[in-house]
Design a protein around this ligand. Structure first.
Ligand code: PLP
Length: 394
C-alpha cells in the first residue's frame, strides 16, 4: 500500500539521510493523544509513544500551552544565565526524589549517562560495572557502558575499565565489586534488551554491596522513569536510594530533555567549568517537563499506569502464541512462543498499530500514561488480529 507521496519521501530520505536507521516504514505528519497519522491520512494507535517518550501522548494541551507560551516569551538563554523554568523543574525533581539532591540538565539519555560517567571519575577511581544486555546510549562514553557487543564492535576501542556482569545475578556482583570500582550502573528494568526486569531484591542487594564498598550506584531511569513503571524513577519498589539517577525520554513530555541527578552525601559534585551543555535544560524543554509532571500528578497517572497494566495483561492473556508478559506499568515486553516479532510488528503496522520488536521473539509496548480502557480494547483487537495472521503464515 505504498502511495506515491510516501515513495517520493522514501527516495528523498535515502538521498539525504545517513542510513543508520534503515528506511523508516512510514512517515508521520500529525499526532493527537494516542494517535498518529501518516501522510496518506492513515491513522495509527501509538503503543510505542516515540519509544517511551511521549509520556502524555501527542499534542497534550498542557504541554502545548507551556511550550508555546515559553517560546514566545524566552526560548534560549545558554547556561550563562539562569531562568525560572530550569530552577523550577530542578526543584520539582528534588521533591520527587525526596532526598537531598542536585540536578544537571542535558538533552538526552546518552548525555545524562555521560554526565554520570564524568561524576564517577571525580571519585578518583575509574572502573565501572555495567550489565550484559544493558543500553545506556550511543555516544562513545555511554556506548562504553552499553552491554551489547553488536552495537560496540564497529567502534572499538571504547573506554577501558568497564566490566559487564549478567543482569540480575547478585553472586557475580559480589565477586566483582570492590573499593577499586567507581560506579555500578543499572537500569531498573532493561528496556532496549526487551523489557527484562531483574529478580526481586536485586536492586536492594546491589545497593547494599555498593554501600559496603563505597561504590556509587547510578540508576539509569531514562526509559523506566517519569511514572511509566508506576513510580517516578522505577527503582522505588525496592526502597533504595541511588547516588545518581539519569533521566531523559519522557522527562520533556516529548521535547528533548535529560537530567542527571546526584543524590545524598556520598557522591562527588561538579565544580564550575567541569561540565556543561549549550541547550541543556533550556526554558522551552524545562517548561514542557514541568507541565508534564504537573499533569501526571493532577491526573494521578502513575496509579493509572498500574491499572492499565492489569487491563493490558488481561487482554493479552486471552491470546494464543504468547509465552509471558514482562515489565511493569506501561513498559511491557510481550514474549512470543515463536520468533515472529518483526513480522508481527509489521502486520500491526498494516493494521494501524505501532509497536516495536526488540528481538526475534519480543514485542515492546510503551504507550502514553494517558492510555485508557478504550485504547486498550482497540490495541487488543488489532494485536490479536495481527497475531492470528502471522501464525497462519507459519
Ligand atoms: C534510550 C535510552 C538511553 C539513551 O537515550 P538517548 O536519548 O537516545 O540518548 C539511555 N538509557 C536507557 C535506559 C534508554 O532506554
Amino acid at each position: 500500500m505504498i502511495n506515491s507521496a510516501k515513495k517520493n519521501l522514501d527516495e528523498r530520505w535515502i538521498g539525504a539521510m545517513e542510513q543508520n536507521y534503515g528506511v523508516p516504514a512510514i512517515s508521520l505528519v500529525k499526532g493527537k493523544g494516542l494517535y498518529v497519522w501518516d501522510e496518506s491520512g492513515k491513522k495509527y494507535l501509538d503503543f510505542l509513544g516515540g519509544i517511551a517518550t511521549n509520556i502524555l501522548g501527542h499534542a497534550d494541551p498542557a504541554v502545548v500551552k507551556a511550550v508555546s507560551s515559553q517560546i514566545r516569551t524566552l526560548g534560549h538563554t545558554s547556561n550563562f544565565y539562569s531562568h525560572p523554568q530550569g530552577v523550577g523543574l530542578a526543584e520539582k525533581l528534588q521533591e520527587l526524589v525526596g532526598h537531598q539532591s542536585k540536578v544537571f540538565f542535558c538533552n538526552s539519555g546518552a548525555e545524562a549517562n555521560e554526565a554520570a560517567l564524568k561524576i564517577s571519575r571525580l571519585t578518583g577511581r575509574n572502573r565501572i560495572i555495567s550489565t550484559e544486555g544493558s543500553f545506556h546510549g550511543r555516544t562513545m562514553g555511554a556506548l562504553s557502558l552499553t552491554g551489547q557487543p553488536a552495537k560496540r564492535a564497529p567502534f572499538i576501542p571504547l573506554l577501558r575499565g568497564v566490566k559487564f556482569l549478567p543482569y540480575g545475578d547478585i553472586r557475580s556482583m559480589e565477586r566483582s565489586i570492590s573499593a577499586r570500582i567507581a560506579m555500578v550502573i543499572l537500569e531498573p528494568i532493561q528496556g532496549e534488551n526487551g523489557v527484562v526486569p531483574p529478580p526481586p531484591g536485586y536492586l536492594r542487594a546491589v545497593r547494599d554491596l555498593c554501600t559496603k564498598h563505597g561504590v556509587l550506584l547510578c540508576i539509569d531511569a531514562v526509559q523506566t522513569g517519569m511514572g511509566r513503571t508506576g513510580s517516578w524513577f522505577g527503582y522505588e519498589s525496592e526502597g533504595i536510594i541511588p547516588d545518581i539517577i539519569t533521566m531523559a525520554k519522557g522527562l520533556g513530555g516529548g521535547l528533548p530533555l535529560g537530567a542527571m541527578i546526584t543524590v545524598g552525601n556520598d557522591v562527588p559534585h561538579f565544580s564550575p567549568g567541569q561540565h556543561g551543555s549549550t541547550f541543556g535544560g533550556n526554558p522551552v524543554s524545562a517548561s514542557a517537563g514541568l507541565a508534564s509532571i504537573k499533569v501526571i500528578e493532577k491526573k494521578q497517572l502513575m496509579k493509572s499506569a498500574l491499572l492499565m497494566e492489569k487491563s493490558i495483561r488481561r487482554a493479552l492473556m486471552k491470546m494464543e502464541g504468547i509465552l509471558e508478559v514482562r515489565g511493569r506499568g506501561l513498559l511491557l515486553g510481550i514474549v512470543l512462543k515463536e520468533n515472529i516479532a518483526s513480522e508481527l510488528a509489521a502486520l500491526c503496522l498494516d493494521n494501524g498499530l505501532l509497536v516495536n520488536a526488540t528481538s526475534a521473539n519480543v514485542i515492546r509496548i510503551a504507550p502514553a500514561l494517558t492510555v485508557s480502557h478504550v485504547h486498550i480494547q482497540e490495541f487488543a483487537k488489532k494485536f490479536a488480529l495481527s497475531l492470528k495472521k502471522v501464525s497462519s503464515h507459519e
